[in-house]
Write a protein that binds this ligand. Structure first.
Ligand code: MSP
Length: 645
């Protein structure tokens, strides 16, 4: 049976400079959707590329003493390098300067010309070189004499150019948008386009003759075309318009053009008009995503805040960058990029939640069952409920992915991760392990956990294509060429699988700037108060002394034995949203697995101390019996951060 076809595109990026994190954002979304479709059994074409022609690039090349093609060759190589580093699974990278593309553009121009939709007229207008856009006198005036898009000066251009009769298609485009409510998404962009169309459309200038870095117009060798009839047609070239008619027929119309909000107009008005003139069907969806700002500000060279995506990829790895971009921003809205935000997300969602689940699970299977997973089912309500989560998660995840709610889809997976961590806390495998009557139950719990980790790896594989295989490897599973979402179901982990614990897949990133303790008391203040008190006996404290102790409920997020000691355990705790490292002498009495999830009581304003080179910020309260066994003081069910009085 042939697979259903799916075709997704990113914009064809300008190689006037290297790409920044905003471009990486768009391409990561497209890649995630492409991978998601493949995991659903689709045959996917995924096109990206470079929009190389135009005056801006010609001038940049001249400034650098190069030919345009030499200039863009270097930058396009960097684009490709970036996509490789980020794991972008495009099927074709279309260069608008390629001969294959030139032929496609010329064929379309010739056809549209023959149809009578292209004519020549003298053009006098204001032109913005950086935006490659003509503007009317009125538009310039309203913008205060500058380009309405970028605010830079415009140039007066006067020449005989070819025009495309776009105005002729205005009514049909409006009708199409009105009859296909999900053609333009999100709805805010759709409303903008409807309002724009209702003002009427002007014909579009599609050629130039005062420079030559473009595609020669086939019916007039003095003119070149660039921008619309050039860049948009890259989508055709990518699926074999002129070279592979079968393939073109199979993949056109595109399922989704994913574009930034400012180019929605080109994709939902100009492109449809061109397609109508060509007699081609319109793309099914155009999705306009929001913009990424950096630390709250628009990226710009003059502000010096342009983020090169290669830097965080090198520092944190591609999946950390992908996960952050996908989880942090609701598609369609603008969002913020910050290094601190990325570290925070990594530590909380990846190191603590997912990383811990995977690590604890594999560690316990090694410890209790010599690394072997036994497929066992026991009649137990908690287990039965947990087993249903795989199918429920998959259903919700698919709905959200199909609706382009990628960040919600991530939340759905993380609810499953959270439920699995909770399942460990509730089933307490370390207690089951001590009771021979619970042998079968322990096997079932271990199986359910390992199987859940397997399901989660498949679910995250579209977003984090580098991490999912690592999880499979540690589970002792062969990494498939292609993950399949249909495999997300309870019970697909083979009986007898032997896990292979390795290094933590998401090790914590130590933040350089640690947040201040919740109720820190400065040395100066402490000194003053001590002097004021002064009259109490050595073994008494006043109520004020006691009040200086900041006792809080904290939730243990992660636990790791400190190497080369038998006493110390390094704990990551959450105190009302603030994360800390505390080193505690409880390693003889608790295992790494049983600690996460416990609500304990800590002295939050204890002066930080270094233990075995690890800075410990706080102390856990514990009771000790006659034999010196320590039992942690716990506060189950009390929110982390709550004050203990
Ligand atoms: N070459 C045209 C597109 C032609 S498509 C047939 C173009 N190129 S671009 O390189 O300037 O921009 C490409 C895409 O990057 C646009 O969709 C734009 O919205 C996106 N972004 C540019 N800056 C961005 C952010 N700061 N954040 C998110 N996306 C941003 O336009």
């Amino acid at each position: 049976m042939t697979k259903p076809a799916f075709f997704i595109t990113t914009p064809i990026y300008y190689p006037s400079a290297n790409l920044h994190i905003g471009h990486a954002y768009c391409t990561t979304i497209a890649d995630t959707v492409a991978r998601y479709k493949r995991a659903n059994g689709f045959d996917v074409e995924f096109i990206t590329g470079s929009d190389e022609h135009g005056l801006k690039i010609q001038r940049k090349a001249e400034e650098n003493g190069m030919k345009p093609i030499e200039y863009v060759d270097g930058i396009v190589a960097n684009f490709k390098k970036l996509w490789e580093m980020l794991g972008i699974s495009y099927t074709k990278f279309v260069r608008s300067s390629s001969l294959e593309h030139e032929k496609d553009v010329q064929k379309v121009l010739q056809d549209v010309f023959a149809k009578g939709d292209i004519y020549k007229k003298k053009y006098v207008g204001k032109y913005c070189v950086p935006c490659e856009s003509f503007w009317t006198e009125r538009q310039i005036e309203e913008a205060g004499g500058v380009c309405p898009d970028c605010g830079r000066p415009v140039e007066t251009m006067e020449e005989e150019d070819y025009f495309f009769k776009m105005s002729k298609y205005a009514d049909r485009i409006l009708k199409h948008i009105e009859e296909h409510p999900d053609f333009i998404q999100p709805v805010s962009r759709r409303n903008e386009m409807i309002a724009f169309l209702k003002q009427g459309l002007e014909d579009l200038c599609i050629s130039r003759s005062s420079f030559d870095w473009g595609i020669p117009v086939p019916f007039d060798k003095k003119a070149i075309t660039y921008v619309w009839f050039d860049a948009l047609l890259c989508y055709f070239t990518g699926i074999g318009f002129g070279t592979d008619p079968e393939k073109f027929k199979r993949f056109w119309p595109a399922d989704v053009h994913l574009v930034g909000k400012e180019i929605v107009r080109f994709h939902t008005i100009i492109w449809p008009a061109m397609l109508m003139s060509m007699g081609q069907p319109l793309p099914k969806h155009v999705y306009g995503h929001g913009w990424l700002v950096v630390d709250g500000e628009k990226m710009s060279k003059s502000k010096g805040n342009v983020v090169d995506p290669m830097a965080p990829i090198r520092e944190f790895g591609p999946d950390a960058v992908r996960y952050y971009l996908l989880s942090e921003i609701a598609l369609g809205s603008d969002g913020n990029y910050s290094r601190e935000g990325l570290i925070r997300r990594w530590n909380s969602d990846l190191a603590n939640d997912l990383g811990n689940l995977q690590y604890r699970t594999v560690s316990m299977i090694e410890k209790y069952h010599q690394g072997i997973v036994h497929k066992t089912v026991v009649d137990n309500e908690v287990d039965a409920k947990f087993r249903t989560l795989a199918a429920e998660t998959l259903e919700a995840y698919r709905k959200q992915m199909d609706a382009f709610q990628l960040n919600d889809a991530i939340k759905t997976i993380w609810a499953y991760v959270g439920a699995a961590n909770k399942y460990i806390d509730v089933t307490t495998p370390w207690i089951l392990a001590k009771d021979p009557a619970q042998t079968k139950r322990l096997e079932a719990v271990m199986y359910n956990l390992a199987d859940a980790v397997r399901n989660i790896a498949i679910l995250i594989s579209s977003m984090m294509p580098f991490s999912a295989p690592k999880i499979f490897e540690q589970l002792g599973l062969a990494v498939p060429d292609q993950f399949h979402l249909d495999d997300v179901a309870w019970g697909n982990l083979p009986d007898g699988t032997k896990v292979a614990k390795g290094q933590p897949i998401f090790p914590r990133i130590e933040e350089e700037k640690e947040a201040k303790p919740a109720a820190a008391v400065s040395k100066k203040e402490t000194g003053k108060e001590a002097k004021k008190e002064g009259v109490v006996t050595p073994d008494e404290i006043t109520i004020d002394d006691f009040a200086r102790l900041d006792l809080r409920v904290a939730t243990i997020k992660a636990a790791q034995r400190v190497p080369k000691t038998d006493k110390l355990m390094q704990l990551t705790v959450d105190i009302g949203g603030e994360e800390r490292t505390i080193v505690s002498g409880i390693a003889k009495f608790y295992t790494e697995e049983e600690l996460p999830g416990k609500n304990v009581i800590v002295i939050a304003n204890l002066k930080p101390a270094k233990l075995k080179g690890i800075e410990s910020r706080g102390m856990l309260l514990a009771a000790s019996d006659k034999e010196g066994h320590l039992v942690l003081a716990e506060a189950p069910g009390i929110a982390s951060g709550s004050k203990v009085k």
